[in-house]
Design a protein around this ligand. Structure first.
Ligand SMILES: Nc1nc2c(ncn2[C@@H]2O[C@H](COP(=O)(O)OP(=O)(O)OP(=O)(O)O)[C@@H](O)[C@H]2O)c(=O)[nH]1
Length: 332
C-alpha cells in the first residue's frame, strides 16, 4: 500500500476477544512467526500479576505489562504512558533505546476495545507517533453464541473488529461454523473473517492491513460490505452506504454533527472514504462513538470513479434516519 509506506507512524494492532478465545495463542504465533519484524508487545491481563509475561514466548521482544486493572477503564493513562515511553525509546535521545517496527497490544478478554482504540485518536502525541492498524478479534467458535447472547463486551469486540478470527474451528461442525459466520457478518459486515485453529493464520491478514483502507478490502472481496442477514435479532448491526454523486461538504458536516449528538453513543465504529464535491483527494472518514476524524487521503486516480463508501457499526442503529440524512448530503 503506497499510503501505508509513506505513513511514518508506528502501526499498532489491538488483539481482543473473549476470555479464552485464543489471544495469547495468537500473540505467541505472531512473535514466533518468520516475518522479520521487531514487535513491541503491550499486555494487559486482568488481576494476574506477571502471568501473561510467562505465557508469552519470544524473549527478545519488548514486553510491557499493565497489571493494575482493565485496560479499558482504569489504565488508559498507563497505555498512553507506555506508548509515550516506547516512542521515546525509538525516536528520542534518552538512554533507553528500543528498535521496533510495530506494536501489538493484547487486551484482557473483558475489555471494551473502544477506549483502547480511542487512545489513538484522542491523545495528540500518541496520534502523531502511532497509527491504529487494525483491531483483531479472536472468536471462540465453541462458545461464541453463548458469549454473544450473554454479554455486551463480546458483542462490542465483534462490532469493533477489522479482522475476525473464528478460532477453535476443530471443536464445532461445519454447519455450526456457517451459522456463526452468518451471525458475525450480520453484526459486522466490514470485518474480514477468517477461520483458524490455534489462532494460526497467514500474518498478512493480521499485521499491516491498514484497516481503514476499505478499497483494499473491496479488492479482496467485492461486495462484502453489502452482505446482510437479518436472521438473528442481535442488537449490533452494520449499515453500508455508497454514493457516486459528490457530496456537499457543509451538508456532510451538518449530518455528522447531528449524528454524533443523536447517535454517537450507539455507533461503535464507522469508517470509509468520502467523495466531496470539488476535492481532488478522497477524504478518509472514521470514528469511534463521539470521536471522529477525517483527513485527505490520496488523490482519485485517473479513470477511477470517485465514490463515497462507508460502513457504520452499532447497536440499535436507526438505519432509516441515517439513510435520510445521508441522502441530503448529495451536492446539487
Ligand atoms: N481446541 C482448541 N483449543 C485452542 C485453540 N486455540 C487456542 N486453544 C486453547 O484455548 C485455551 C485458551 O487460549 P489462550 O490463547 O490462552 O486464550 P486467551 O484469549 O489469551 O485467554 P485469556 O487471556 O484468558 O482471555 C488454551 O488452552 C489454548 O491452547 C483451537 O483452535 N482449538
Amino acid at each position: 500500500m503506497p499510503e501505508a509506506i509513506q505513513d511514518p507512524r508506528i502501526p499498532v494492532s489491538v488483539l481482543t476477544g473473549f476470555l479464552g478465545a485464543g489471544k495469547t495463542t495468537l500473540l505467541n504465533y505472531i512473535l514466533t512467526a518468520d516475518h522479520g519484524q521487531k514487535i513491541a508487545v503491550i499486555v494487559n491481563e486482568f488481576g494476574e500479576v506477571g502471568i501473561d509475561n510467562q505465557l508469552v514466548v519470544g524473549a527478545d521482544e519488548e514486553i510491557f505489562e499493565m497489571n493494575n486493572g482493565c485496560i479499558c477503564c482504569t489504565v488508559r493513562g498507563d497505555l498512553i504512558r507506555i506508548l509515550g515511553d516506547l516512542a521515546e525509546a525509538k525516536f528520542g535521545k534518552g538512554k533507553r533505546k528500543a528498535d521496533f517496527d510495530r506494536v501489538v497490544i493484547e487486551t484482557t478478554g473483558l475489555a471494551d476495545p473502544a477506549p483502547v482504540a480511542q487512545t489513538f485518536f484522542v491523545d495528540p502525541e500518541i496520534a502523531d507517533r502511532f497509527k491504529l492498524d487494525a483491531i483483531v478479534t479472536v472468536v471462540d467458535a465453541k462458545h461464541a453464541d453463548q458469549h454473544l447472547d450473554e454479554g455486551h463486551e463480546a458483542q462490542e469486540q465483534v462490532a469493533f473488529a477489522d479482522v475476525l478470527l473464528l478460532n477453535k474451528t476443530d471443536l464445532v461442525s461445519e454447519e455450526e461454523l456457517q451459522k456463526l459466520e452468518q451471525r458475525l457478518r450480520s453484526m459486522n459486515s466490514a470485518a474480514k473473517l477468517h477461520r483458524t485453529r490455534q489462532s494460526q493464520i497467514d500474518l498478512q491478514h493480521v499485521l499491516g492491513i491498514n484497516a481503514f483502507d476499505l478499497e483494499q478490502k473491496l479488492e479482496i472481496d467485492p461486495g462484502f460490505l453489502e452482505e446482510e442477514d437479518h436472521e438473528h435479532d442481535d442488537e449490533v448491526t452494520s449499515v453500508f452506504f455508497r454514493e457516486t454523486r459528490p457530496l456537499d461538504l457543509n451538508q456532510v458536516e451538518l449530518f455528522i454533527n447531528e449524528w454524533l449528538a443523536e447517535h454517537g453513543a450507539d455507533t461503535f465504529r464507522y469508517k470509509g472514504v468520502l467523495n466531496i464535491k470539488g476535492a481532488k483527494q478522497r477524504i478518509v472518514f472514521q470514528g469511534i462513538h463521539m470521536l471522529f476524524a477525517s483527513y485527505p487521503d490520496r488523490a482519485w486516480k485517473p479513470g477511477e470513479v470517485p465514490v463515497s463508501e462507508f460502513v457504520v457499526i452499532g447497536r440499535n442503529l436507526d438505519e432509516q434516519w441515517f439513510r435520510e440524512q445521508f441522502a441530503r448530503c448529495v451536492a446539487s
